[in-house]
Design a protein around this ligand. Structure first.
Ligand SMILES: [Zn+2]
Length: 230
């Protein structure tokens, strides 16, 4: 049965195990949530993510700091939950994940150390197909803790996403340079880039490079999960 339809009929069951949810639970029961492979230490999690990206992109990992919450395992319960979030319309689960990530990070990331949160954008066509960007939902949940704006206008994805017409020479070059563009002239200084799952880090590295080219002084990255090497 189509997952979205299933949840329309049975919204009160856990997306991972199918058991009935308690009134305080949304999408995923606390037993399944506790079965996700969580890092126990925020600093270790950040170091692991940073080291993983650096191992793939030597010298290109220009993140100020890195943060994540879980290790992502193929076919694990977290993958089931994220799949439901992405493809079965359970986008409020993304906000819930973001709240949890924000609460986990708040001691390590003083809100005054960042100016805004920037979710990694989906390609425009994917956005239409999926109707929402899961990284944006995670960022919205985090923003409740950090009390910083979520900026979806600073970073765009896909060549020719922005019409070249009317852009100045430097903006035109920026618009064609790589997969991400930064269309606005004013870029906040300290950006926290937000994504759902980091695998090699190619996407977040490209996004961070674009943000820096666009004028960001420093870019840190917060991911819900780092994919395990399997
Ligand atoms: Zn469950």
């Amino acid at each position: 049965m189509n997952g979205r339809f299933f949840h329309f009929l049975f919204p009160e069951v856990c997306i991972v195990c199918g058991k009935l949810l308690m009134p305080s639970e949304y999408g995923c029961c606390s037993v399944c949530r506790n079965s996700f492979d969580a890092f126990s230490d925020c600093a270790v999690a950040g170091y692991t993510l940073m080291h993983s990206i650096e191992s793939h992109f030597k010298g290109k990992c220009s993140f100020e700091r890195a943060y994540c919450r879980y290790v992502f395992h193929r076919h694990g319960p977290l993958q089931k939950a994220l799949h439901a979030m992405k493809y079965e319309g359970m986008y409020n689960l993304g906000v819930a994940f973001g709240r949890e990530l924000g609460a986990w990070l708040i001691d390590a990331v003083p809100p005054e150390s960042i100016d805004c949160l920037v979710p990694v954008p989906l390609h425009r066509l994917k956005h239409v197909e999926r109707s929402f960007n899961q990284a944006e939902k995670i960022a919205l949940g985090m923003a409740e803790t950090f009390q910083k704006p979520v900026r979806t206008d600073l970073l765009l994805r896909g060549r020719f996403t922005v019409s070249q017409t009317g852009l100045q020479v430097t903006a035109r070059k920026r618009n064609l340079d790589g997969a991400f563009q930064t269309p606005l002239p004013d870029m906040p200084g300290r950006v926290l880039l937000v994504d759902d799952v980091v695998t090699t880090g190619a996407t977040v590295v490209a996004a961070a490079e674009a943000l820096k080219r666009g004028g960001a002084a420093s870019v840190s990255v917060a991911a819900l999960a780092l994919s395990a090497k399997e």
